[in-house]
Design a protein around this ligand. Structure first.
Ligand code: SF4
Length: 278
């Protein structure tokens, strides 16, 4: 059986950068805290905790402590409160997410209503909304467009959570354009996501079986799985090699392997080894 690994498999540059910053700051000997997980992957989270970075639910006394802002970014309020409490801030927000923060702030100053295409419960979207005083409109799917609200908007700026599905996003924007006279659309889906999604569209057509590796909490892995499944029913989403089932590969001549943006390379290597042994 031929094993084809996606060129884009594994960490994107934003995750690599955040982990490098986290490890460097942990080695410096300062007390480091972080609000939530550094990325959506349990193994990576454990590694970072072992390195000495503490995950906290809320900001406490920040004297002699550093607050690490994660790759997903944070709201303006988090920065403000952290400084008030005495933390030193080290910012590992992905530059692509920072660009979205800047875009919504500039667009708001130009008098635009901000619309975010994404999952309102995702940390990245919370961070984007948290750059604004007025609440942004968040749209997650085509069927959930709040048409009554949308129709009353004269001027809007649309940004997108960096890991959204490209095709679904464009369909939502088409509907918005029908109802809003002046609409500026910034397609802020990041390049690593686009490349991964392109492979998720191509590889399932070229391989008998598809394996997508990544945490159940990883939004970008979920998207890769959904795209793959839409082309090839023999697509399987696993978190690690333990979940592989021999019967999935029955009669298969080729298997395609993809891994989410927060999946470490060693997880992918383990999966490849187990599939080879089958
Ligand atoms: S998925 Fe894109 S936006 Fe998110 S951390 Fe990676 S490069 Fe940055």
């Amino acid at each position: 059986m031929k094993i084809n690994v996606a060129k884009s498999a594994g960490f994107c540059f934003g995750v690599k950068r955040a982990l490098k910053i986290a490890r460097e700051i942990a080695q410096s000997g300062t007390k480091v805290e972080m609000l939530g997980d550094i990325v959506h992957n349990e193994e990576v989270v454990q590694d970072i905790e072992k390195a000495g970075i503490k995950k906290v639910k809320r900001l406490r006394d920040g004297k002699n402590k550093t607050l690490l802002i994660r790759a997903h970014g944070a709201s303006a309020d988090v920065y403000k409160r952290a400084i008030q409490k005495g933390y030193t801030i080290v910012d590992a927000t992905c530059p692509k997410v920072k660009e979205i923060h800047d875009l919504v702030q500039v667009s708001k100053d130009e008098g635009c209503r901000i619309i975010v295409i994404g999952d309102e419960h995702h940390d990245e979207v919370r961070g984007i909304m948290g750059q604004l005083k007025n609440r942004a409109i968040v749209i997650d799917t085509l069927k959930n467009i709040p048409l009554t609200k949308i129709k009353s908007i004269k001027k809007a700026c649309v940004v997108v959570q960096s890991t959204q599905n490209v095709e679904k996003t464009l369909k939502i924007v088409d509907v918005l354009k029908e109802h809003i006279t002046t609409l500026k659309f910034y397609n802020t889906i990041c390049n690593p996501t686009r490349i991964k999604q392109k492979e998720a569209n191509d590889m399932p057509l070229e391989n008998d079986v598809m394996i997508i590796i990544g945490s159940r909490t990883s939004a970008n892995t979920k998207r890769l799985y959904e795209i793959s499944k839409s082309h090839n029913r023999r697509s399987h989403w696993i978190q690690s090699s333990i979940e592989l089932k021999p019967e999935w590969f029955s009669g298969a001549e080729s298997v395609g392997i993809m891994a989410g943006a927060s999946t470490p390379d060693h997880s992918t290597k383990q999966v490849i080894e187990v599939i080879r042994s089958l």
